[in-house]
Design a binder for this molecule. Structure first.
Ligand SMILES: [Zn+2]
Ligand SMILES: [Zn+2]
Length: 419
């Protein structure tokens, strides 16, 4: 664990030394350039260049309406790659982060006889994870079951999990070819995505069209498992990526475009234009709020806030229409945006060689960040202090350095939100 953190720190430092034009400042204000790629399974429908343009434009429009345009977003389209090519580099399998994840991997061949599932430690861990929700909200996921306690939730959730996986394995493309490939290719496993995204340093945003099985047993989100046990959009840790401050995100168009009965939206009355608006403005913009501004899912900002929790369970057309029914920014999202702005300004000061100012701005950013972020708060804040430390070292500010070191030590080594 310690090694992981040390390597993250060194990666941050390396990145800071290799500063390039990712952040910019001109008369229009602060800007950030993000690298976008489409990574596709060629057995399934894909996005054209025009689709991509429409999606990114809608994303930009909604982000600037809902979260304001204090920071301009610039998307750089890097075209298309096959999923096989994306996962060609398997060097991520050597890193500790990935190795730790594989200990929690759902085995599609073993399903319910996987030994891990029958250990006391596993049950205890999962119940602790489930306790972040109250029992009544969890009951809703199992309407025809008698749920009285977390043990009941655990057993029912696992049973649903196995059934979903078996069902996924039975799905076919065009009623002929199996959707889930054997052996499972890396691009169909969420754990492989987590490992790959942690290690890569090329992309900030990936649009993909394939089925990604939710095979991470340590974070069995009931809404994800009870729905399809697949991964739609997701924001990842990508410590080597600077533009999203060590994060990246993936948008999966499989649900909108996959055209497989029972798992994809096969309603014929939804135009391609509307699908693209939903993907850009509803799904991607929301994930962007998580990944860039560190906004968590919220329940008390009003229904039309981009980060509204209930969007996850809402029909996508209804959700999109609700989102655009109010085209004004959410005041309650502002504190996260203000905090982020300090970090962007800090980075710019750093690139200009004004290290003292950069360090101070990072500290302000850490200070202003609300306690609830879309990640483990301590891990995120520690990342900011690590950047401040680097800046103070360059400025030869011993007092600043000492302060940062003290905070870094205090913040500990946890990575996951549920730890
Ligand atoms: Zn969310
Ligand atoms: Zn809000």
């Amino acid at each position: 664990m310690k090694r992981v953190i040390i390597s993250i720190l060194s990666v941050f430092i390396l990145i800071l030394l290799n500063a390039s034009q990712i952040y910019s400042k001109d008369k229009c204000g602060l800007g950030v350039t993000l690298d976008v790629i489409r990574a596709f399974d060629d057995r399934l429908p894909v996005l054209s260049d025009e689709d991509m343009k429409a999606i990114l434009e809608e994303a930009k429009r909604i982000i600037s309406i809902k979260l304001g345009d204090r920071i301009k977003i610039i998307f750089r389209d890097n075209g298309t790659i096959s999923l096989e090519d994306l996962f060609k580099d398997r060097s991520y399998r050597k890193i500790d982060f990935y190795k730790r994840l594989t200990a929690w991997q759902y085995d599609l061949n073993l399903t319910e006889i996987l030994p891990l599932l029958h250990t006391k430690k596993f049950k205890k861990y999962i119940i602790r994870f489930l306790k972040q929700w109250d029992i009544n909200s969890l009951k809703n996921f199992f309407p025809d079951k008698n749920i009285n306690n977390y043990d009941d939730v655990f057993y029912n959730l696992m049973s649903v999990y196995h059934n979903r996986i078996k069902w996924l394995k039975s799905l076919k493309i065009n009623d002929s070819e199996k959707l889930v490939l054997e052996p499972l290719p890396p691009h169909q496993s969420f754990i492989e995505w987590l490992g790959y995204m942690w290690n890569q340093n090329r992309y900030d945003i990936i649009f993909t069209n394939g089925l990604i099985i939710f095979d991470l047993l340590s974070e069995p989100y009931p809404h994800a498992i009870c729905k399809h046990a697949k991964v739609g959009g997701c924001s990842f840790f990508s410590p080597k990526r600077v533009p999203l401050d060590g994060r990246s995100l993936m948008v999966n168009i499989f649900g909108e475009y996959g055209n497989i009965e029972g798992i994809c939206d096969t309603r014929e009355n939804i135009s391609r234009e509307l699908k693209n608006k939903i993907l850009g403005g509803f799904y991607f913009a929301h994930e962007f709020g998580h990944a860039f501004y560190m906004l968590p899912d919220v329940y008390d900002h009003g229904d039309t806030c981009l980060m509204n929790t209930s969007f996850h369970t809402m029909d996508n057309v209804k959700g999109y229409n609700l989102l655009i029914s109010d085209l004004s920014p959410c005041a309650k999202c502002q504190p996260w945006i203000v905090a982020k702005e300090y970090s962007v300004k800090a980075r710019l000061a750093y690139e200009k060689g004004d290290y003292e100012k950069a360090g101070e701005l990072y500290l302000k950013g850490a200070n202003e960040t609300p306690k609830l972020v879309d990640a483990n708060y301590k891990f995120y804040i520690k990342g900011i202090y690590e950047k401040a430390l680097n800046a103070f070292q360059k400025a030869n500010n011993k007092y600043g350095e000492k302060k940062c070191r003290r905070m870094i030590k205090k913040l500990g080594e946890k990575i996951w939100r549920s730890e």
